[in-house]
Design a protein around this ligand. Structure first.
Ligand SMILES: C[S@@+](CC[C@H](N)C(=O)[O-])C[C@H]1O[C@@H](n2cnc3c(N)ncnc32)[C@H](O)[C@@H]1O
Length: 205
C-alpha cells in the first residue's frame, strides 16, 4: 500500500459517519435508481467490491450467498450495522479492489457501484472483477462516467485536474469500454442524466 493509498483510505474512514447524509441529494437525483436495477439481477455466490456503507444491501434478492469487500474499516463498520439491521447474512471483509483476496472464478455475480471512479487503478480493478467472476457469470457495474454533453465533459476534465490528485476521484472515465474489450456480452445497459450515470449488466465469456 502506497502512502497515497493510506491517505485516501484514512479520508474514507473519516467520512464514513457522515457519508450518507452528505450524499443524500446525489443519491436521490442520480445514484439511487441504479441500485435495484443492478442488484435484483444478482444470483448465487455474489461479491460486491468497495461496498461502502452498504447502500445496495436492501436491494439484493433473498437466497444469494453474499460477500462484500471494502478497504475502509469505518465504511465497512457502517455496512456491517446495516446488514445486521436488515437481517442480511453477509461475509464482510477488508480488501483492495486492485488485489482481491479470492481465487479465480469464485463468484457467479460481481457488483461494483460508484467506486471504480476512485479505486486508483481502474484497469487493474476491472481485471480483478473479471478474474474472480466465473465464465458465464454476471458483472454488474454502475458509475458516474464522462458525459455525452461536450460542455459537461469539458467541466469534468477540469474537475479531474483537481479531484484526481486530491481525492483520487476521476470523472472522465468509461469502464464499459474495457468490459467490452474483454469480450463480455452486454445484457443490460442504461445511460442517463446527460450520460453521466451508466449502468451495465455484462456476462463474462
Ligand atoms: C463513493 S463510495 C461508494 C460506496 C458504494 N459502492 C456505493 O455504491 O454507495 C466509494 C467506496 O470505495 C471504497 N474504495 C476506494 N478505493 C478502494 C479500493 N482500492 N479497494 C476497496 N475499496 C475502495 C471507499 O472506501 C468507499 O467506501
Amino acid at each position: 500500500m502506497t502512502s497515497r493509498d493510506d491517505r485516501l483510505q484514512r479520508s474514507w474512514d473519516r467520512r464514513a459517519g457522515t457519508y450518507e447524509a452528505r450524499m443524500s441529494a446525489a443519491e436521490k437525483r442520480w445514484f439511487g435508481a441504479a441500485r435495484p436495477w443492478l442488484c435484483h439481477r444478482a444470483t448465487g455466490r455474489t461479491l460486491e467490491v468497495a461496498l461502502g456503507t452498504g447502500l445496495n444491501l436492501p436491494h439484493y434478492p433473498a437466497g444469494i450467498d453474499f460477500t462484500g469487500v471494502e478497504w475502509s474499516r469505518s465504511m465497512l463498520a457502517v455496512a456491517a450495522r446495516r446488514a445486521a439491521d436488515l437481517g442480511f447474512v453477509a461475509d464482510l471483509r477488508r480488501g483492495d479492489a486492485r488485489d482481491l483476496p479470492f481465487d479465480d472464478a469464485s463468484f457467479d455475480t460481481v457488483v461494483m457501484t460508484f467506486s471504480l471512479c476512485g479505486v486508483g487503478d481502474e484497469k487493474r480493478s476491472i481485471d480483478e472483477l473479471a478474474r474472480v467472476l466465473r465464465p458465464g457469470g454476471l458483472l454488474l457495474l454502475a458509475d458516474h462516467v464522462e458525459s455525452t454533453s461536450r460542455v459537461v465533459r469539458w467541466l469534468q476534465r477540469l474537475a479531474d485536474l483537481v479531484s484526481v490528485p486530491l481525492q483520487g476521484e476521476r470523472y472522465c472515465h468509461r469502464p464499459l469500454r474495457q468490459v467490452e474489450a474483454m469480450g463480455f456480452t452486454v445484457e443490460g445497459h442504461v445511460r442517463r442524466n446527460r450520460g453521466l450515470i451508466e449502468q451495465v449488466a455484462a456476462r463474462r465469456p
